[in-house]
Design a protein around this ligand. Structure first.
Ligand SMILES: *Cc1c(COP(=O)(O)O)cnc(C)c1O
Length: 400
């Protein structure tokens, strides 16, 4: 990958007609070291947030040893990129062939489940050739928890209810060498209280099940910084999670895990786009809903933007973006705040696209191409550069 100091240098050198993804390896490395050093347990990288092999290698080089994978393609990819990584298959609904290949070919031992059918599926798929049940399964029962403190819900699709959890934990215990409970509070959890509430459910479930629990996995949901979304420092999340984990009735040597996706890679990438046309307050740019801006279009996510021209001098105003495809849904309402005199031919950098952004580009309508370039400047915002301070106390629910 070519290296440049920043987006302006890229535009000056290349005047690119296609969007360009800018990667910041130092930002991903810093995020990885933060979790490895400060989370009071093990951090699994949730690969779906950005499966780029370059990123996987950076995380590995900075101490992330465990990877949360959700499909057999992710299993193969991480195994091919990081032969010694520990893979955990944390999708609660898997194809039997995927479980079989993961266990027998790629050495995956950890599987999540949220139903008795899935438990049965895992036990059958992991039998040896002569039909012996596996002795080394590490099973993780996924509990449904509230997403009310998160910007993106993950509450309705997966997870068993508190009424089903005790029995499922007892059944899973009979097949597991090691048994855990996991959940996901939803993505971009804006307060650590989300985890307090979820861990309270875990307490009820394991209290009623009366089985030995070897691991608690608090899932993903750790936030990044976006316009209008300024979370408390991650240290607050870690401290509250640790405190509430410590009070659970689990094995004395039970482990604490988390599965950050967004928080590990949001700062890794930004995007250079070119303005193709201006129509009043709407800018037609060359990337969009089918490119790296899926979330900007479909869930109105706000990403930071900056104009890359030095001669734009007017005050800033709100713009909306149209993407390049012929689909009306290729529209991003924003608002994106840019200089009033921006026009066709100008370039914009859109920041914080390392998670669920750069990884989501498709080739729809022939607009998928994007070169990748390494830049060495800072991301547009960071949770890890020492600039974060604790916001006003009323933002932090129940910081005890
Ligand atoms: C998506 C996902 C994650 C990562 O979530 P983030 O909000 O990006 O941290 C972690 N675990 C599971 C099971 C997921 O589905």
């Amino acid at each position: 990958m070519p290296h440049f100091p920043d987006a302006k240098a890229v535009v000056r050198a290349l005047s690119p007609d296609e969007p360009i993804i800018l990667n910041r390896p130092h930002a991903a490395a810093r995020a990885a070291r933060f979790f490895v050093e400060k989370f009071p347990g093990k951090s699994l990288y949730a690969v779906k947030a950005n499966p780029s092999p370059d990123l996987l290698q950076i995380l590995w080089d900075n101490g992330v040893t465990h990877y949360d994978v959700a499909s057999i393609a992710e299993v193969r990819l991480v195994r091919a990129t990081l032969p010694d990584a520990i893979l955990c298959f944390m999708h609660p609904v898997k194809a039997p062939s995927a479980i079989r290949e993961a266990y027998h070919t790629h050495g995956v031992k950890t599987f999540s489940l949220d139903s008795a059918e899935e438990l049965e599926k895992i036990v059958e798929a992991c039998r040896s050739e002569d039909g012996e049940p596996a002795q080394d399964l590490r099973l993780c029962v996924r509990l449904r928890v509230s997403s009310e403190y998160s910007e993106l819900s993950l509450a309705s699709k997966f997870g068993c209810d508190l009424t089903e959890a005790p029995e499922l934990l007892q059944q899973a215990r009979q097949h597991a060498d090691w048994l855990g409970v996991c959940f996901h509070v939803g993505s971009q959890a804006m307060t650590p209280f989300a985890y307090v509430q979820a861990l309270e459910r875990v307490r009820i479930a394991i209290g009623e099940a009366s089985v030995v629990i070897d691991m608690i996995d608090v899932g993903g949901g750790f936030p990044s910084v976006y316009p209008g979304m300024e979370p408390p420092p991650l240290e607050d999340y870690f401290q509250i999670i640790h405190q509430n984990f410590y009070n659970l009735p689990v094995a004395y040597n039970a482990e604490l895990w988390c599965e950050p996706g967004r928080a590990l890679c949001a700062e890794y990438s930004s995007l250079i786009v070119k303005v193709e046309k201006r129509r009043g307050e709407e800018l037609y740019i060359n990337d969009g809903a089918y490119g790296a801006l899926f979330d900007a279009a479909h869930v109105d996510w706000k990403f930071p933007v900056r104009a890359l021209e030095d001669d734009l001098i007017k005050p800033e105003m709100d713009f909306a973006f149209y993407g390049p495809t012929c689909d009306d849904a290729d529209y991003m309402q924003g608002p994106f705040v840019l200089p009033e005199d921006i026009q066709a031919g100008d370039y914009i950098e859109i920041g914080m696209l390392g998670a669920y952004g750069a990884a989501m580009k498709t080739d729809f309508n022939g607009f998928g191409a994007a070169e990748r370039i390494v830049v060495t400047d800072e991301p547009m915002a960071s949770l890890y550069d020492g600039s974060r301070t604790r916001p006003a106390a009323d933002n932090v629910v129940s910081l005890r």
